[in-house]
Design a binder for this molecule. Structure first.
Ligand code: ATP
Length: 671
């Protein structure tokens, strides 16, 4: 493991997730298609909890306008937004087997494996187990000393082979890895040739990378004439509704819309479970802001939050150590471009911490220039450290006015804000006015597009037209992309081009958009890894230590044994919990000991367990056990149900409960 990866027993975790049906490959009883997953009751409940906390944290607390737009998108919308031409990744193929790779991932995997091979070779040399030949030693031999096996050690870049590299080569590789996202197809082709990157499984050469569009194409309607795509992001549905949303918001700026829904990407090589899939849930915010006023009204609430930042400039030096500073300082120093972007980075940070992501395993990395999506002018990713390395889980981009401008240009719909000015704006401007008696009759059908063209010219362009009319007695206007494309001659009698005093009472502008975009599946998986523990006792049982607020099931209700007298109080406790809004599960499998039943619910991450025992019939009391401490207290059914309700809603903590209650002797309670 390199220190860029979280050290957990992933094989054990995967077995647990599978056994407890968090999620599983879709249509699993048929031949499996990579990149599609079904969530089981546990994973689904966890996902719903993450979503409802997201809704609370963003939509409700920030008063956002939540919408739900179509998934199937007519092709013209995505052509206009640039996705048809530019939503691509670079792909290369094994020249002999045809196996397909995402080019940047292949280069990354191979270079990482070589570095790990170097680390291994150095370790072996230190331990003097080297056979004297420091070139190539099979991984098996090396790893067997740590008790692992070759299969486990196989990496996306091929098996780790202990091969010592020159320090300068390691440095060079690290440098490339620190900015791998900055290479385009040409750059990746250069790396593949220079470093002899091959298919790690076959050793065959790979082709030069070509672009591959990630959108799933479809046809709408029976004739097949209307082309469409499954949306690759939820954003476009929000942009095309901008005018309605602004109207709904009484023309007030700034404001945000939000959407939670499925998106689809035909990933070149889906892998790493939920981290790279072809269908996933996104939660996206489009915050519309005046380009001249990117301050945020609630910035002071985020300004003191300390976050680890990895700016582009640091990555270009080949470094991966983040700088920890407050959002306020980062905005002041222009490391983060503006307050609104900074505010949202702060809100993203607090959301991730609230759900249980470990702060020391979280950082914000700025996009490098080539990595930036076609629409973005600045972008930061919230990356979470997992056993797969640092994973982008939230992107936060400043999309500038790109999307609203292109949709408005294509459709002719105004997607802009009109703001009444408190003081009128008075200025001089060169203006072209047609002489209607001559202009229309001479240009006929082309009169309107030519007039629009002249009105759209900049001051310099209009000056050239004015000069040409004065000097040559004519000027030529070329139209393209209109209903009257062609060349048209303008003569001095047709127009007057003069400086005029303009008085404006209204300012019209296209808002910029700051977009935090969350991949719920990636967050969910990272959270599972951060919550995964193994009890330090003889049994070494796995526990998922979810915070009560996200835990899929909040409370387990169980009888001490299969005695029939327990049935009534058991149902009574479960009913009371549920009617108090606490999802409760009964585990009355008589065949399993109470210890085993606690253990299997620890694997589901259930934080509390209420046990009905023989004393319940006497005095209507039950025990309450907490998952992480395994400590128990006793109280009346009513008191315990209220306590669980408060614990789950965050009104109290287990520490507080322990401080005010006597512990139960657990050996007696579970005997
Ligand atoms: N294939 C995928 N599987 C799961 N989640 C994804 C996938 N692609 C994107 N996401 C999630 O959606 C969020 C926003 O998407 P965005 O377009 O910024 O991702 P991206 O930069 O294309 O991701 P990557 O570079 O990893 O392909 C990401 O931060 C991530 O959490």
């Amino acid at each position: 493991m390199t220190d860029s990866k979280l050290n957990i027993d992933r094989v054990a975790l995967e077995q647990l997730l599978n056994k407890r049906f968090f999620y599983a490959p879709s249509f699993g009883i048929y031949e499996n298609v990579a990149g599609l997953f079904d969530f089981g009751p546990t994973g689904n409940a966890l996902q719903q909890n993450l979503i409802s906390l997201w809704r609370q944290h963003f939509v409700i607390e920030e008063d956002m306008l939540e919408v739900d737009c179509s998934i199937m998108t007519p092709s013209q919308v995505l052509k206009t937004s640039g996705h048809v031409d530019k939503f691509t990744d670079w792909m290369c193929k094994d020249t002999k087997t045809g196996e397909i790779f995402r080019a940047d991932h292949l280069v990354e995997g191979v270079l990482e494996s070589r570095i790990e091979g170097d680390v291994l070779a150095r370790k072996m040399a230190d331990m003097s187990v080297s056979d004297g030949n420091d070139k190539t030693v099979a991984t098996d031999a090396a790893s067997s000393s740590k008790g692992s096996n070759a299969k486990k050690n196989k990496k996306k870049g091929g098996p780790i082979v202990a091969t010592k590299l020159d320090d300068s080569v390691v440095e060079e590789y690290r440098n490339i890895l620190a900015q791998i996202d900055n290479f385009d197809g040409h750059g990746l082709a250069g790396l593949i040739t220079k470093y002899d990157i091959r298919n790690p499984d076959t050793g065959n050469e790979v082709t030069h990378p070509v672009e591959f569009n990630l959108m799933f194409e479809s046809n709408i309607g029976p004739t097949g004439h209307i082309k469409g795509y499954l949306r690759p992001e939820t954003a476009q549905g929000q942009f095309v509704n901008f005018a309605r949303l602004l109207d709904f918001n009484n023309q007030k700026m700034p404001f945000a819309s939000a959407m939670i829904g499925r998106s689809f990407r035909n990933e070149i090589s889906p892998r790493s479970g939920l981290l790279r899939v072809r269908e996933f849930t996104m939660a996206e915010i489009e915050h519309y802001v005046d380009p001249l006023r990117k301050q945020h009204p609630r910035f002071s609430e985020a300004a003191d939050i300390k976050v680890p930042l990895l700016p582009g400039s640091v990555q270009l030096e080949g470094k991966s150590q983040p700088i920890v500073m407050t959002i306020g300082e980062a905005v002041e120093k222009k490391i983060i471009d503006n307050q609104t972007l900074g505010y949202f980075l702060g809100r993203i940070y607090t959301y991730l911490i609230i759900i249980g992501i470990k702060p020391e395993l979280l950082r914000f990395r700025q996009h490098l220039q080539n990595e930036m999506a076609h629409y973005a002018c600045d972008c930061w990713d919230a990356e979470i450290k997992t056993s797969y390395g640092w994973i982008e889980c939230v992107g936060c981009a400043d999309r500038s006015a790109y999307d609203l401008t292109v949709h408005s240009n294509f459709t002719g719909e105004k997607l802009c804000v009109r703001e009444n000015l408190s003081e009128p704006r008075v200025y001089e401007k060169l203006v072209c006015e047609p002489n209607s008696r001559v202009f229309g009759p001479k240009l006929k059908k082309a009169a309107k597009p030519v007039q629009e063209h002249l009105a759209s010219l900049s001051a310099d362009e209009l000056t050239s037209v004015k000069n040409a009319l004065a000097k040559d007695g004519k000027a030529v206007v070329k139209l393209s992309g209109t209903t009257a494309d062609g060349e048209y001659e303008i003569t001095p009698d047709m127009v007057s081009i003069e400086n005029k005093t303009i008085t404006e009472h209204v300012r019209e502008y296209i808002p910029n958009v700051i977009e935090p975009s969350f991949g719920i599946g990636r967050i969910l998986y990272s959270l599972i890894e951060h919550s995964f523990n193994v009890r330090a006792d003889d049994e070494q049982r796995a526990v998922l230590s979810f915070k009560p607020v996200v835990a899929p099931f909040k409370c387990l209700v169980l009888p001490l044994s299969g005695h029939p007298s327990f049935e009534k109080p058991l149902l009574d406790v479960a009913r009371r919990l549920r009617s108090n809004g606490v999802p409760a599960r009964i585990d009355d499998a008589a065949s399993a000991s109470i210890g085993r039943r606690y253990a299997r619910n620890d694997e589901l991450g259930t934080p509390f367990a209420i046990t009905v025992d023989f004393q319940t019939a006497d005095d209507n009391t039950v025990t309450l056990r907490e998952r992480d401490t395994t400590k128990q207290i006793r109280g009346s059914v009513e008191e315990i149900v209220t306590l669980v309700k408060d614990l789950v809603s965050g009104n109290t903590t287990w520490d507080d409960v322990l401080a005010s209650h006597q512990l139960v002797n657990t050996a007696a309670a579970s005997s």
